[in-house]
Write a new protein. Sequence first.
Length: 380
Amino acid sequence: MIRGNDPILLTPGPLTTSLRTKQAMLNDWGSWDAAFNSITASIRRDTVDIVNGGDEYTCVPLQGSGTFSVEAAIGTIVPRDGKVLVPNNGAYCARIVRICKYLDRAVIDLTVPEDQPSTGAIVEAALAADPSITHVAQVHCETGAGILNDLSGVAQACRKHNKGLIVDAMSSFAALAIDVRNIPFDALVAASGKCLEGVPGMGFVIVKKALLESRAGNAHSLAMDLHDQYVYMEKTTQWRYTPPTHVVAALRAAIDQYKEEGGQPARLARYSNNCATLIDGMAKLGFRPFLASPVQAPIIVTFHAPADPAYNFKTFYELTRDRGYILYPGKLTQVETFRVGCIGAIDANEMRNVVSAVAQTLDAMRIKQVVPSPAARKAA
Ligand SMILES: *Cc1c(COP(=O)(O)O)cnc(C)c1O
């Protein structure tokens, strides 16, 4: 994979992209251009196909980062007098809680430990305790710790209790299998710059057509109104307001490469191999993942920071960056951690190389003790 001289981004996005994806951005497109608008239409079809959504679902793209689309989905789909249950085991779940508060939608912030998945049983108990809940907003892979939540169990609980389900699949879509035939959802949110390996700049919401069509006038905001975006796009083939043309062209090229690679199973296989190679290599240096392996999604790995007093993240980050790899700070409240992403146009070679870069960085920082002492472990 040829990428030029940029460092490799081992983060939850933006990601390292292929040369072909970057080259797709070398044209200027007009927003009225029929060729450009047919690209938008093809992306909408292809993303619905990835979840086997058929004719029952449509895809509504939206300008902005992924959070814009999460906010648009909540604001457009949840009625103003609705009530949202958010099983919360990390930073992206907490962001949905904040969105609900901003949008004045009643919300239940259901704390789940950061190292435990949200499950059907947890959601069922909450739904049974409060029948006034109308929707569940579930993050699939909680990118904060990198944990895989039991989306299938949660979807079954929602179906059983006849509640709406909105999925934040930002960091899992296209890598982990999601099929509407066994994970029925109202709306699912993802973005250009994650596992599809496009560049950042647009999100999209895959949503039940009939449901979306019933939501005229529900959104709190014009720019965030997915119903309005949908109606306009269906009528004119164009985006409402200036489209992120280069992002769209890059996403088209990225989806072409996704299909050529073998689609979701192939992407999952590559990321799983990346993740296993990383965890193995880091283990040889003494690093332990924060999560138990059954709940570790092959998307991003949280490692305990070295116990050595010589460690600080800023220097650790800078010295690995100087060796060509960008790491990410931890996002946990209780323990000192850092994260390494497994996604993007990278393979197991990059993971072996980042482990070498980390080993060199430990030497340069004179860090001897990576594993905490048994006493420190007990205290934690
Ligand atoms: C990346 C991500 C988002 C969106 O983040 P932005 O910074 O707005 O792109 C939302 N949810 C999850 C789980 C994510 O990984």
